[in-house]
Structures are given as structure tokens and as C-alpha cells.
Design a protein around this ligand. Structure first.
Ligand SMILES: Cc1ncc(COP(=O)(O)O)c(C=O)c1O
Length: 443
């Protein structure tokens, strides 16, 4: 994983805290985050792209934990939101509204009005129809709305089809062939201020040339806008920087910077980016406890107390997450998912077992790992699911009427519960057994 999650004396630590202590205090399943990982990743982008004066707008959807958003805001980060709720969340965490960008293909008038009222940096506009809606909202408020045009550059990000967003067949962004018509309409509408262009071609991208190609595709349009005297300030390159789920898989941020920064500099624009996974993915783990080992035919089901409602990625994307016991005697001290990961077959021990690691939910797709060789595990032992900091808790649900797990933030040798485990009464909040008021169809 990284040095924030590491094994020492045969047990897993998050920064300076043995994670078993956290499980003993708050139970399992539980999400555990390394605050310093989030801050370190943010700083890596700031440093890596310093020649283009980057504004990092952390993508709230990846991990919207308030305590972490606050730490990010204090470190100077901005935020990328895709709903009124995310704008609200970022502001409650202490975000500077002038560092909030708002994307999404279906922004509604009420959401736009709220964001205008808060004075956000800009809207990333995804269609011609949205230009009209934002213009109307700005007219009502008698203000000018700051916008960027999100262009769909028709670039293949070479990632999972569900997280590819920059190909023509995807619903996101404005077809580049229609971009000039949008520019003309912006001039006519008067109360829109075009501050930049926006690109976001997909997530978990591990080829820097994908981002570079997207920039190349919009360069002629940027040059045309400049000729038309649009006061462009930003090129927002979106998110998508990939991370290591498998040992050694990610790309150093320097490789992205090398491919992208000179192109942005040549355009004379400030870089804005919206990383989510890169900041949060390897900053979180999910701990789960073994309930039963169930041999069946020639395999074993390892039934754990976490489930697809807690961490959905394996079920919907067939995503790989490294999993390993929290106690692993004999494991060499060191990083868990670096290139030289010690979590390999040679540390399985003599009695390794091939498991399907599954949850208690009534779906065959409820799993964390299939056919995975692990050291033999006993009932009550803790298993760590790594790289769970992005699109983990934010996709959690109450399916099967299960309470969502707590979230714990570690900072050095201290930790705190930033979100409580949901209790039984939380699971029926807002529901009624009988009508409190009845409405008639005839009324
Ligand atoms: C517009 C936009 N920006 C940024 C992101 C964050 O992407 P990632 O987590 O891959 O960095 C997303 C994710 O889907 C997105 O839709």
C-alpha cells in the first residue's frame, strides 16, 4: 500500500496506530483513514505541477468524510462537487467558495441557484441546455455566472467502461463539434463569464498520454476562444490519476506532470485539477472480521461481517482489492502494497487456503475477493481490505437494512471516530408506520 499502512512486528498499523486497537474500540466493519496520506497526495500534485500554478479541487464524491474535507481545506485544497449536497458538505467543512467547482450533466435550477448564492468559482457546463438554465438563474439573481465548458474530447482513457467519461458515446461534456456554437451562445447571453475549459476523461487512468491527448484535442478550440477575446484563465484537466490497487500498478504524479504541464503552460493557462481517487484511494482501508469458514466442494467461503453495502466496488466493477490478515506473524516489517510488497505467496505460510471472501448479503455478487490465496484464517480474526479510501463509504448503502460502518481518522499516533456506526433507529429514520397526513387524488 504505502508507508501510512504498514506491518510492524507482524501486525498492521495505520500511521502510528495498530489497527486492531481501533477494531477493539469501535467494532467491525470499519473504515480507517490516514489523514497524512490525503495531505501527502495533495502536496504531491501541488509540487509536481508547480510550473502551471495548480489549483487542486479534491473530488468530494471519492470520499466525502467531513473531517477529511476539513483537513484538506486547511491544507489549501479546493473541491469538485457534483450536487448541491456536495457543495454544502464542502462549505460545512470550511471550504473557500472561490475554490469550489460544480460539474454534473443534470444540474437543476435550484442547485444552480444555491451555488450562485454561495459564490462558487465556476460551473463546469455539460450541455447547451445547461447554458440557458444557468443564464436564467444568474439573471434572476442579477449576477454574472462564472462557467467553464466541459468538452468531451473523444479520447479513450483505457480504463473500465463504467468509469470512462471522455469518449463520444459517454454522456459527459459537450461534443467538441458543438463547442464553437456554445461559445457564440455565451457571447449572446451576456451574463455568463467563460473562465475556462474543463476535461475529465475517466477514472483510474494509468497512461499519462491519455490526458495529454485530451489537451491536444481541445487546443485549437482554446486558441479560437482566445482570438475571440474570451478571458480564459483555467484549463481544468479533471481527475483520473490512477493508483496502485495491485502492487506497483499506479503512475508517479511526475509522469502525468511531464506529459501535461508543458502543454498547459504553452496555452498560458492556470491548471485546475479534480483528483479524487489519487488523494483518497490508498488513504483508507476497511477492516472486517471473519464470521465463518465454510468449506464447499473444492473451495472455502470465508464469510466476513463486511458486505457489498459497505464496499461496493468488487460487486459492480469486479474491482480488485488486496486483502490480507491484520495479524500476520513472520511478515517482514515494511510497506504493504509498494513494488516490493511483502504480501505475496511466499508469506502465505504452509497452510494457505484459497478463499472466496464473501459478505452476509443475499446476493451472489456480494464478495470482496474470489479464488484468493490467503494465510489460513480463523473465526474472529481481522481481515484488511486495502485501497478502500475512494468510492468506498461514499457508495455504501443500507441494503439488507444493515447500518453503515463507522469512519475513523488516524493522525500520527492518535485516532478519532469521525462518523458513528449507524444504529437501529438510524435505519428507519424518516419512515412512518401509518399515515400522518393523507392526500386525496381529487384535491
Ligand atoms: C467531473 C469529475 N471530476 C473528477 C472526478 C474524480 O475522478 P478520480 O477519482 O478518478 O480522480 C470525477 C469522477 O468520476 C468526475 O466525474
Amino acid at each position: 500500500m504505502n508507508e501510512e499502512f504498514h506491518y510492524k512486528n507482524g501486525e498492521l498499523f495505520c500511521e502510528g496506530v495498530p489497527v486492531q486497537q481501533i477494531a477493539a474500540k469501535v467494532g467491525t466493519p470499519v473504515y480507517i483513514y490516514s489523514q497524512n496520506h490525503f495531505l501527502k497526495q495533495h502536496q504531491a500534485i501541488v509540487e509536481g505541477f508547480k510550473e502551471v500554478d495548480p489549483l487542486v479541487c479534491y473530488s468530494v464524491k471519492a470520499n466525502s468524510n467531513l473531517g477529511l474535507l476539513r483537513a484538506m481545506a486547511l491544507a489549501g485544497s479546493g473541491f469538485d462537487a457534483v450536487s448541491k449536497g456536495e457543495v454544502y458538505r464542502a462549505l460545512r467543512a470550511g471550504a473557500d467558495p472561490q475554490k469550489i467547482v460544480f460539474a454534473g450533466v443534470g444540474k437543476q435550477p435550484e442547485e444552480i441557484d444555491y451555488a450562485l448564492e454561495q459564490g462558487i468559482l465556476m460551473f463546469n457546463v455539460e450541455s447547451e441546455a445547461e447554458l440557458e438554465t444557468i443564464s436564467k438563474a444568474a439573471a434572476k439573481r442579477k449576477c454574472e455566472a462564472p462557467i467553464a465548458l466541459r468538452i468531451n474530447p473523444d479520447v479513450d482513457p483505457k480504463t473500465h467502461k463504467y468509469i470512462s467519461t471522455g469518449k463520444r458515446e459517454n454522456k459527459f461534456g459537450i461534443d467538441i463539434a458543438r463547442a464553437e456554437a456554445c461559445a457564440k451562445r455565451i457571447k449572446e447571453l451576456k451574463n455568463l463569464r467563460l473562465r475556462g475549459l474543463h476535461l475529465h476523461i475517466g477514472s483510474q487512468i494509468t497512461y499519462a498520454d491519455r490526458h495529454a491527448e485530451a489537451i491536444d484535442k481541445v487546443t485549437p478550440f482554446i486558441n479560437s476562444l482566445k482570438k475571440q477575446d474570451f478571458p480564459l484563465e483555467f484549463l481544468n484537466v479533471g481527475g483520473g490519476f490512477g493508483i496502485s490497487y495491485h502492487p506497483g500498478e499506479g503512475l508517479p504524479i511526475g509522469d502525468f506532470a511531464k506529459a501535461m504541464a508543458p502543454k498547459i503552460k504553452a496555452l498560458g493557462l492556470k491548471m485546475l485539477c479534480e483528483p479524487g481517487r489519487f488523494i483518497s484511494g490508498n488513504g483508507g482501508i476497511m477492516l472486517t472480521q471473519v464470521i465463518y469458514d465454510k468449506p464447499s466442494g473444492d473451495k472455502h467461503f470465508l464469510i466476513v461481517d463486511g458486505a457489498m453495502n459497505d464496499l461496493l466496488r468488487p460487486s459492480i466493477y469486479q474491482a480488485f482489492h488486496l486483502a490480507w490478515p491484520v495479524k500476520s506473524p513472520g511478515l517482514p516489517d515494511g510497506a504493504a502494497l509498494a513494488n516490493n510488497s511483502p504480501l505475496t505467496d511466499k508469506n502465505l505460510g504452509k497452510d494457505a487456503v484459497t478463499y472466496d471472501v464473501v459478505g452476509p448479503i443475499c446476493e451472489s455478487g456480494d464478495y470482496f475477493a474470489l479464488g484468493r490465496k490467503l494465510p489460513k484464517m480463523n473465526d474472529g480474526e481481522l481481515l484488511c481490505v486495502f485501497s478502500a479510501g475512494a468510492y468506498g463509504y461514499t457508495m455504501a448503502s443500507n441494503y439488507n437494512t444493515r447500518g453503515r460502518p463507522p469512519e475513523v481518522i488516524v493522525d500520527g499516533d492518535k485516532y478519532w471516530v469521525s462518523r458513528q456506526r449507524e444504529k437501529l433507529e438510524d435505519l428507519i429514520r424518516g419512515e412512518r408506520l401509518t399515515p400522518s397526513e393523507t392526500f386525496s387524488a381529487k384535491a
